[in-house]
Design a protein around this ligand. Structure first.
Ligand code: AVI
Length: 313
């Protein structure tokens, strides 16, 4: 709670104003994100599912794993595991010896995933870990087992490039030579495809963005009037970064009771809430250049919208 207060205080005092996207994911936000993933406009999920379901054997071949040696398959931000289940099934069919360690910030998501896996893959050894990716990183060093780390869904795209660099750098320091990282990223493409994914007709993404204000109202006793803010996504192919904003429709003053603070918003003033970076080989190579990982292969969907990059330490 104290960290939440600090982050909100800092973000709303910034010029221009910002709010961290990690606070999207409370119970309501998790549910809205599930809805986003099944929207026709949000092509990312289907594109990566296509790779995992149509190129499963190729993916396993590229991972170059030893059937005789037990390994750990660690997934950062596992969510509902729908894509990963395709891979898990094929690994079991091919007789690999491994444990699956899904990591997620949401205890809810992990409990649901564990239950589902118990039904569909009852023989699989599942060890869930709840926490922030960065917290969990240090802990994975403990076992000397070979590791495959999955970081899918373009989750890395919600980090600024410098943060992504330090994250992959840290990851490299916490795994052993020959360990693998499978990084799922959305590719740079025209705005006609990207913008609707962040501005759907039904208004689900708008509700997802506004939920941040709702959360501040509920948890910090604020009086944001959600009707007085609009959702505004921006993207240019040149920059390759989708950005989400909340825009104040009018001049207004908002009180956050538990912080004893008021914040003024001009009409048209924006709060920057999220970045969703899109990638290509050059952007990714720049991000990993000072890390222990080397780019080995990439798998893409048939439309070329999304890529799973295989990086090897
Ligand atoms: C979780 N993350 C990869 C999503 C994205 O595409 O950046 C979150 C999201 N924000 C709006 N729609 C989806």
């Amino acid at each position: 709670m104290e960290q939440f207060k600090k982050d909100i205080q800092l973000g709303l005092s910034n010029v221009p104003k910002t709010l961290p996207s990690k606070y999207f994911y409370n119970k309501k936000g998790d549910k809205l994100f599930q809805e986003i993933m099944s929207m026709p406009e949000y092509y990312l999920t289907n594109a990566e599912f296509e790779i995992f379901s149509q190129k499963t054997k190729e993916l396993i071949h590229l991972l170059n794993l030893d059937k005789e040696r037990h390994f750990e398959l660690i997934e950062l931000g596992a969510g509902d595991g729908v894509k990963t289940i395709e891979l898990l099934k094929e690994l079991i069919t091919q007789g690999f010896n491994f444990s699956y360690l899904p990591v997620d910030i949401s205890a809810n998501a992990l409990a649901g995933l564990k239950e589902k896996l118990h039904i569909v893959l009852p023989t699989l050894d599942v060890r869930t870990k709840q926490g922030d990716y960065f917290e969990v990183l240090a802990g994975i060093k403990e076992t000397k087992k070979p590791k495959v780390i999955l970081f899918l869904g373009s989750n890395i795209g919600n980090m600024l490039d410098d943060k992504a660099k330090s994250f992959i750098y840290q990851l490299g320091k916490n795994v052993l030579p020959d360990d693998k990282l499978l990084l799922g990223v959305d590719l740079v493409k025209p705005k006609e495809v990207v913008l609707p994914a962040y501005n759907d007709k039904q208004g689900i993404t708008k509700a997802f963005n506004l939920n941040l204000l709702d959360r501040i109202n509920e948890e910090l006793g604020a009086d944001f009037n959600l009707d007085e803010f609009d959702h505004q996504p921006e993207y240019t192919e040149e920059e390759g970064i989708a950005k989400s904003f909340l825009v104040s429709k009018i001049h207004q003053v908002v009180t956050i009771k538990s912080m004893g603070k008021v914040f003024a918003f001009k009409a048209g003033e924006k709060i920057h809430t999220e970045i969703s970076r899109k990638y290509n080989d050059a952007i990714l190579n720049n991000i990993i250049k000072e890390t222990d990982f080397k780019l080995k292969e990439k798998l893409t969907d048939t439309k070329g919208y999304f890529a799973d990059y295989l990086l090897v330490r």
